[in-house]
Write a protein that binds this ligand. Structure first.
Ligand code: NAP
Length: 306
């Protein structure tokens, strides 16, 4: 039987990806939504999650698609009400609050799923398969996009907890932490616009335990062509994952890939977790971001005006 689902936060990602993926899924049945300003496509919309949870006892699961700063309160309310929870990325605003949710979900026997959509990009599984058994020698991550194109009007991204350039950068880290041996931050620099509370760029030098460098360059100021690349040098040649995981080349040769299906894959995974009574909360990408805020230096750059 399809799981009765509600979506909370009907902004860009809910409209672009969640609602179409849910509509196409036989695993889920969209019952209603909670939205400050929007309307659920089922025409049943509550203005806050608490009223929704009280009014709709049939809801079995919720997808939380708001900015990360308000995700914990909603997830906490949903778990207390006995609902399974999908957390959009990043899973919250602090590591500790997400760990508290992990404990609460386990205590209540509910599924908590921290959704890292980029891990379901078409190139990621084949890249992981090719890398198995090979030695990683050096990695270069270049994730540069134009914030005005991809995040227009998203003031939350510049506020504490909004992560700034790590909002896309964490997608790269979700892929890298899935593909590579363990790595940790050695040093870095975060560039903050003079008028904002979150970084607009980050230069990060990670290293694996074997000393292979993993260099990351995240930048929100890229105009013209956009770059979402991970270049991995191995003892068997170079792997290049580009277009955010939409393309793969090995030793310069483009590889055939399946069609893009990141969000349908996320919902298939969420359904499988609910059926198995399991949770999946991999905090490594978020921990790397937290480490950057702990360990990297700070540089002030030109004010950012939308
Ligand atoms: P968005 O367009 O700004 O939408 C966020 C929505 O959350 C708002 O429209 C609003 O919807 C709701 N909301 C609740 N409390 C809010 C608050 N205090 N401030 C602002 N909005 C609030 O953002 P988005 O791009 O959809 O991103 C939402 C989350 O999805 C972020 O964590 C982001 O990292 C992640 N994500 C985004 C993308 C993307 O391509 N945009 C891709 C993958 C993941 P209601 O009026 O309906 O309540």
């Amino acid at each position: 039987m399809a799981v009765k689902l509600a979506v909370v936060g009907l902004g860009k990602i809910a409209q672009d990806q969640h609602l179409p993926a849910i509509a196409a899924s036989s695993d889920f049945d969209l019952l209603c939504g909670a939205s400050i300003a929007g309307e659920s496509p089922r025409g049943c919309t509550y203005r806050d999650i608490e009223t929704m949870l009280e009014s709709e006892p049939d809801i079995a699961a919720v997808s939380l698609c708001q900015p990360p700063q308000v995700r914990f309160a909603a997830a906490h309310a949903a778990l207390l009400a006995g609902k399974h929870v999908l957390l959009e990325k990043p899973p919250g605003a602090t590591l500790s609050e997400v760990e508290a949710l992990v404990d609460l979900a386990a205590e209540r026997g509910l599924t908590l799923f921290a959704a890292w959509h980029s891990r379901y990009a078409p190139a990621v599984a084949p890249a992981r398969q090719w890398l198995a058994g090979k030695t990683v020698e050096a990695v270069r991550i270049t994730w540069r996009e134009d914030v005005r194109v991809w995040h227009p009007g998203q003031t939350w991204i510049w506020q504490p907890g909004g992560l700034g350039v790590f909002d896309p950068g964490i997608n790269a880290l979700s892929i890298a932490s899935y593909l590579l041996p363990a790595f940790h931050l050695a040093e870095g620099t975060l560039s903050y616009p003079a008028n904002q509370a979150a970084p607009i760029a980050a230069e990060l030098c990670f290293t694996t335990l074997d000393g292979a460098p993993v260099i990351a360059d995240f930048d929100f100021r890229q105009t013209g062509p956009q770059t979402w690349d991970i270049r991995i040098d191995t003892d068997a040649g170079e792997l290049l994952l580009s277009k955010g995981g939409g393309a793969l080349a090995i030793a310069g040769v483009a590889q055939p890939l399946p069609a893009e299906a990141e969000y349908p894959s996320l919902y298939a995974r969420f359904a499988a977790l609910i059926a198995a009574g399991e949770s999946d909360v991999d905090l490594r990408p978020f921990r790397h971001v937290a480490d950057a805020f702990l360990r990297a230096g700070r540089r002030e750059v030109e004010a950012f005006v939308e």
